[in-house]
Design a protein around this ligand. Sequence first.
Ligand code: SAH
Ligand code: SF4
Length: 379
Amino acid sequence: MTVNLLDFDLDGLTAFCERLGEKRFRAVQLFRWIHQKGESDPSRMTDLAKSLREKLPSAASVQTLPVLSRQDSADGTIKWLFDVGDGNAVETVFIPEDDRGTLCVSSQAGCAVGCRFCSTGHQGFSRNLTTGEILAQLWQAEFFLRSHLKSSERVITNVVMMGMGEPLQNYNALVPALRVMLDDHAYGLSRRRVTVSTSGVVPMMERLAADVPVALAVSLHAPNDPLRDSLVPLNRKYPLAELLDACLNYLPAAPRDFITFEYCMLDGVNDTPDHARELLELVRQHGERGVPCKINLIPFNPFPDSGLRCSPRPVVLQFARILNDGGLVTTVRKTRGDDIDAACGQLAGDVLDRTDAARRLARMRTETTAPIRIVRPGS
Ligand code: SAH
Ligand code: SF4
């Protein structure tokens, strides 16, 4: 297997070009061809030195992920299921809105945190994605969309690390991927348009603030430790007081002056008016002046065997009203792509049953004469 060019941020690509005996500035050209033009074939990178064009095919390639399926929702939402090998698949979702196009990206196959309400969590942990696999989701989605929508402009304006997996438990692969998203020679997204969502890996929140302080969303889901322990098992390691301290410490570096708290509304579990009042107290009383935040209420997406239900709409609205009246800006997340199960937390729906993903893979393999191939330029 040759080197995957999607594994590199600009520093990494520069070092790689130097190893090939090429000048450092060639890396910028190559980086731009790949991430700005979507070009993977060195022979078409016209301004690249001939020597580099000749060396590249045997040394490196843009390694994309085989697409197991693509589903288009009536509302414009698009969901891809990508094969990451060994019967594992991850999902990526594009959500178009009037003023932006958001891509929801996966960071792991499965997840080790095991939240009770999350189908990825129920699936267990398979493995971390590489930087190249994280970026392949963006690269493939962006350049598919540009040709699909006949756009010469950038289509994806925002990235949220809210697909499958806990991004801060795959830190070393995440950071170069975020750097490429932000790099002006690549996607050039502003730090406020790239969001990392975490269930609360406290030490890594501190490192993220130092390394690539993008927008942060924290999955709270409960206003007290006993309840959060039962919903987000990581809370036993990093309880609420520590998590909220980490949020306060993140803010000076953050591109926005608030943290977004996500709160999944579970019928009869965390959705009573008392829970809302407790949540208000929690975030307002923490530290000297409380934690500057916005709350995003997510209607729970049910999946088989979760044993949980979504709170009824009036309960969600009442919960939101209590928080808003108490001075916390609170929104209720719209569900998108319902017809293709693309809504948050449903992302693993198809993959949840890994045997199902494996079966699909097997079917594909028997339908094609050649084994599934990683697409490489020049091959
Ligand atoms: N691991 C990270 C990011 C991926 S999950 C995290 O937990 O933040 C992205 C968001 O989807 C999280 O806020 C998560 O709590 C939410 N989510 C997971 N399962 C869900 C479900 N079944 N219904 C609604 N939201 C869900
Ligand atoms: Fe993992 Fe996030 Fe799902 Fe929890 S909600 S199991 S952290 S992906």
